[in-house]
Design a protein around this ligand. Structure first.
Ligand SMILES: [Zn+2]
Length: 324
């Protein structure tokens, strides 16, 4: 089932209490959305599916209309989620300040359960101002808000940074206090995009310090890890134990999708092309094998299997508040 911000807040509270993390998976179409939602239902894990602006451009097609694109993707996720009992929340990933009108449209149309306003490239005063404005509007519509302070290395959609900048704890406390955000994404050394665990200088101590500082100041805020695809299972568990309640995953699912398609076509090339020595005129393509429903279903299963493993790592299996 699709859950709104109010219901999602309860899920985050439970995650904090019971020390597990929610998987937040990006999708740009039906195959990945089905794979992760089905995995959540199988694992009895509530989850978040994420929509980025560039996914909306993709979903709209040549028109690149991000307003229609978000309607398409949010509608798709809500319809798939409706068939299952586990909680599925929708998040709008990394919206930078120049696209704030688009974000307001999404909030007013209640297309998502939560949104992320990312003004981390701006000076802190400007970041606070725009984040606060979004928080006020979102909360009126039962939508949660995530924001970022510090920089996460690598590129993701409209956002890219050459360096990772560690978040300052005092600044973070001030930021959360003044903006009233529900979720906070610190820079702790993770990277957006393709990376490997060992190369990441993950600052778990900083994550612990942030969690302690928020608690000390009675700030009810959840910690989010971006660029989590490159983390080893051990590092992901460390993040959850340190108090992270949401880990973003995008690259991993893209890789699973590509692997499935590659392996399928490596084995089934003769379904669309004549094998060596066979003349084009004598060749009969095999509809049963080139029908895209056949191989996209396999990609969906790869995504589903990867997501089930992630739910295990995040220890959110059998934790659904909605499916018992
Ligand atoms: Zn991110």
């Amino acid at each position: 089932m699709y859950i709104d911000g109010k219901q999602l807040k309860k899920v985050f509270e439970n995650a904090k209490k019971e020390k597990y993390g929610l998987v937040a998976a990006n999708f740009a179409g039906d195959v990945v959305a089905r794979g992760i939602i089905q995995a959540g239902d199988f694992s009895k894990a509530d989850m978040i599916v994420q929509i980025s602006m560039s996914s909306c451009k993709f979903a709209s097609g040549k028109k690149q209309d991000v307003y229609e694109g978000v309607r398409i993707l949010a509608g798709l996720a809500k319809s798939i989620a409706k068939q299952y009992e586990t909680g599925v929340a929708i998040n709008i990933d990394h919206c930078t300040p120049e696209h704030v009108d688009w974000l307001k449209f999404i909030i007013n149309a209640k297309l998502a359960s939560m949104v992320m306003i990312d003004a981390s490239a701006e000076p802190i005063e400007d970041n606070i101002k725009v984040t606060k404005e979004i928080v006020e509007l979102a909360h009126q519509n039962d939508i949660l808000v995530e924001a970022e302070l510090g920089r996460i290395k690598g590129s993701e959609d409209e956002v890219s940074s050459k360096e990772s900048v560690y978040t300052d704890v005092d600044e973070a406390v001030r930021f959360v206090k003044e903006t009233g955000v529900d979720l906070f994404a610190p820079g702790i050394g993770t990277n957006h995009g393709v990376t490997k665990g060992e190369k990441i200088e993950l600052n778990i101590d900083l994550l612990n310090e942030l969690a302690a500082a928020f608690k000390e100041n009675n700030l009810d805020v959840g910690l989010v890890i971006h660029g989590a695809s490159g983390l080893t299972p051990k590092q992901q568990k460390q993040c959850v134990m340190a108090g992270a309640v949401k880990l973003n995953k995008d690259t991993r699912f893209q890789m699973e999708f590509a692997k499935a398609v590659y392996q399928y076509w490596k084995q089934n090339e003769d379904a669309i092309a004549p094998p060596e020595g066979v003349d084009e005129a004598d060749f009969m393509p095999d509809k049963d094998r080139f029908d895209y429903r056949r191989w996209l279903r396999i990609a969906e299963e790869y995504v589903e299997t990867a997501a089930i493993k992630l739910f295990d790592i995040m220890q959110c299996r059998n934790k659904s508040l909605f499916k018992k």
